[in-house]
Design a protein around this ligand. Structure first.
Ligand SMILES: Cc1cc2nc3c(=O)[nH]c(=O)nc-3n(C[C@H](O)[C@H](O)[C@H](O)COP(=O)(O)OP(=O)(O)OC[C@H]3O[C@@H](n4cnc5c(N)ncnc54)[C@H](O)[C@@H]3O)c2cc1C
Length: 337
């Protein structure tokens, strides 16, 4: 178990904020967690970071940080129709997608190029281009910090919702996810209907796309729309798409016919947060070190030399402005520390 004291957290957050972490402990297997448990480590506050791509660091972190780096990719069930694969929590999400694409295991190709690690994917039920983690989720293993045992969670127990799960509510701070098992189809099933996937394939004259063609199309679209954190600090979508009463959405739409409304559940509908932010005049907004990305209004960016507090201030101003203009509350998708 590697433990380092007084580290810069710059390499561990995609916003690129240079805050200090008091102690960084690299976790590579469950035995290390058991050892920490035996030492009463979990009786004091601590934090968990995987890829740091869904974090806004607004201050130095005083608590020890567990850096989850548990490796492993293992097939644990296979039929003619599907394969179940267990991925160690520290495996890089996109590398796992590429591994499945190479093996022609269908189900996560539309989520190509999402940053971060497998172990964090269930926390907010990651999703992109019409697919969510829950669609391929079999189960996960998590270390319970109160009992010191590894527990299994099935689909129902994870209570997945839109960018939401049990681990953001009752399970928050109580578990460290150690592995995730996905059920992937061996029978060709592709979904090109969402976003620009079909257009991108058409432009390349690909009539019968393979899983690799779909993955490549998603990668190409994402690279053209989203800033690369290695070049421009960001954490992907900063806000969730709001789920609101249909009557409110229709009221907004009566003044703005270009608003798109998507069914959610019951009397609720989902509307695009990016539209609300753009209509409020924030797209491309720039102030000293931070701003709103010029191509994607959902993405707040750090140009360098700034602080997480500046992003938080900007996010709060956007939140207030959208609420005043449209009566809609925008919820943060990013975790604020
Ligand atoms: C450019 C860009 C594009 C993005 N696009 C998308 C997208 O299309 N769809 C999408 O859903 N997300 C997207 N994201 C957000 C992000 O990639 C995902 O939320 C990802 O799952 C975060 O993984 P991570 O390993 O970086 O988690 P971290 O940022 O390290 O952690 C996120 C949260 O999970 C907790 N956590 C992490 N690992 C564990 C663990 N093993 N056990 C318990 N708790 C843990 C942390 O404490 C923290 O609260 C994007 C981000 C960026 C920068």
């Amino acid at each position: 178990m590697l433990s380092e004291v007084n580290n810069s957290l710059l390499p561990y957050n995609t916003f690129g904020f240079d805050v200090q972490g008091y102690e960084l402990i690299k976790i590579e297997n469950k035995e290390q967690l058991e050892k920490l448990y035996a030492e009463d480590f979990f009786k004091s506050p601590f934090r968990v970071i995987s890829g740091g791509s869904n974090l806004l660091l607004t201050q130095n972190i005083q608590e020890p940080i567990l850096l989850v780096r548990i490796p492993g990719i293992e097939k644990n069930q296979e039929t003619d129709e599907y394969v179940c694969v267990e991925f160690g929590a520290g495996e890089n999400w996109h590398q796992c997608v590429l591994y499945c694409v190479e093996n022609e295991w269908y189900g996560i190709e539309n989520m190509s190029l999402i940053p971060g690690c497998i172990g964090a994917a269930p926390i907010q039920n990651i999703g992109a281009y019409g697919t969510e983690l829950k669609d391929v989720f079999e189960s996960l293993k998590a270390f319970n910090i109160e009992t010191g045992n590894i527990e299994n969670f099935n689909l129902d127990q994870c209570q997945f919702g839109y960018r939401d799960s049990y681990f953001k509510h009752q399970g928050k701070g109580k578990y460290i996810i150690t592995s995730v098992i996905l059920r992937l189809s061996k029978i060709a099933k592709i979904n090109t209907q969402y976003g620009d996937i079909q257009n991108t394939l058409n432009q390349k004259n690909i009539l019968n796309p393979t899983i690799k063609d779909v993955s490549n199309a998603v990668i190409e679209i994402r690279k053209s729309k989203l800033p690369d954190p290695a070049i421009l600090g960001n954490s992907g979508s900063f806000f969730k798409n709001p789920v609101i009463e249909k009557s409110l959405a229709e009221k907004i739409q009566s003044n703005h016919p270009d608003l798109k409304i998507f069914p959610a559940s019951g009397s609720l509908v989902k509307i695009p947060a990016a539209w609300l932010i753009e209509k409020s005049g924030w797209k491309g907004h720039k102030r000293s070190h931070v701003g709103v990305h010029e191509k994607q209004a959902l993405v707040l960016v750090h140009y360098g030399g700034g602080t997480g507090a500046e992003i938080q201030q900007l996010a709060t101003e956007i939140q207030t402005d959208v609420a005043n203009k449209f009566g809609v509350h925008l919820e943060f998708e990013v975790n604020i520390w």
